[in-house]
Design a protein around this ligand. Structure first.
Ligand SMILES: CC(C)(COP(=O)(O)OP(=O)(O)OC[C@H]1O[C@@H](n2cnc3c(N)ncnc32)[C@H](O)[C@@H]1OP(=O)(O)O)[C@@H](O)C(=O)NCCC(=O)NCCS
Length: 253
């Protein structure tokens, strides 16, 4: 049987060696630039070439504060996947934003992404969010945070997305532009809950996944366009400690 080990680290515990391994995992498994990437983003983004990240960029952009965290999973000692999260507060609520999630090609579709997102949770997180072109990243979040995606509160996303994004310490999140019918009733593009991030990753694999997902469910986040990603924002379910204290309160009232 495979030996699967999840480990979590707060930002100040993450070593350069861990980031070096994470950068390698990302650069070899995340995805490739789309055919429009070079004209929209610059010559470095050559169509079909892998998207790369350095460990310096991981540290500066993905772990920007001490309440950022990193989780990884190894299978039989090999790094099989990892995730980064950044946290910030708004109106007394803690937002936990998944800034990166990658699973090695050889280890996909066996629940590792959902396991990583479950592992990254902290008591005190009030809201979870992810921006991703891959429907599986959204499905993994909905599984980890126990909010089935087809029943996720679109109203909550509609009412809170803009203020959450604007309060982010992460530049690319703050600059993301909300798109889709959820945020603009006159939007007829087919987008529902999306962000224009101007990030031209090739969408062949996410679109294939989307078609497959749509065969079995009513996908609520709409279409996926070039340069765009889905946005999913979920309210945390309170852990049993608060449930039991509220049931105690109910029992004595
Ligand atoms: C997105 C990614 C992290 C998913 O990792 P994974 O370990 O295969 O995901 P899981 O096995 O935990 O699956 C999560 C859900 O997605 C579904 N899923 C996974 N891969 C899928 C695919 N290719 N097509 C359709 N559904 C898929 C699973 O069935 C599961 O759904 P369920 O909870 O309803 O059963 C992985 O495909 C990846 O690294 N992709 C490239 C990088 C990327 O796009 N990252 C997201 C950016 S934030």
């Amino acid at each position: 049987m495979d030996k699967k080990v999840y480990e979590g680290f707060m930002s100040d515990e993450v070593t350069d060696e861990m980031l070096g391994e994470a950068a390698k995992l990302f650069s070899e498994n995340y995805g490739v630039w789309s055919e429009h990437a070079a004209e929209r983003m610059g010559k470095f983004a050559k169509a079909g070439h892998p998207i790369r990240l350095s460990k310096e960029r991981l540290r500066n952009e993905y772990l920007p504060s001490e309440i950022s965290s990193y989780v990884r999973v190894t299978v039989n000692g090999h790094l099989a996947g990892n995730a980064f999260a950044c946290r910030w507060s708004i109106d007394g609520r803690t937002i936990c934003w998944i800034t990166q999630l990658v699973v090695h090609h050889d280890y996909r579709e066996r629940g590792l992404a959902a396991g990583l997102l479950d592992e990254i949770r902290l008591d005190g997180d009030d809201v979870y969010s992810v921006m991703s072109s891959h429907p599986a990243a959204c499905l993994a979040a909905s599984r980890a945070y126990k909010r089935p995606i087809d029943t996720a509160s679109l109203e909550f996303m509609k009412d809170n997305a803009q203020s959450i994004i604007k309060a982010s310490p992460v530049g690319y999140i703050r600059d993301a532009k909300l798109r889709g019918r959820l945020f603009d009733s006159e939007d007829t593009s087919g987008l529902v809950s999306s962000v224009n991030t101007g990030f031209f990753v090739d969408h062949a694999e996410p679109l294939e996944a989307l078609a497959w997902v749509r065969e079995s469910m009513d996908w609520p986040l709409g279409e996926l366009l070039d340069g765009h990603e889905f946005i999913l924002i979920l309210q945390a379910r309170r852990r049993s400690r608060s449930r039991s204290s509220s049931s105690r309160r109910n029992a004595t009232s």
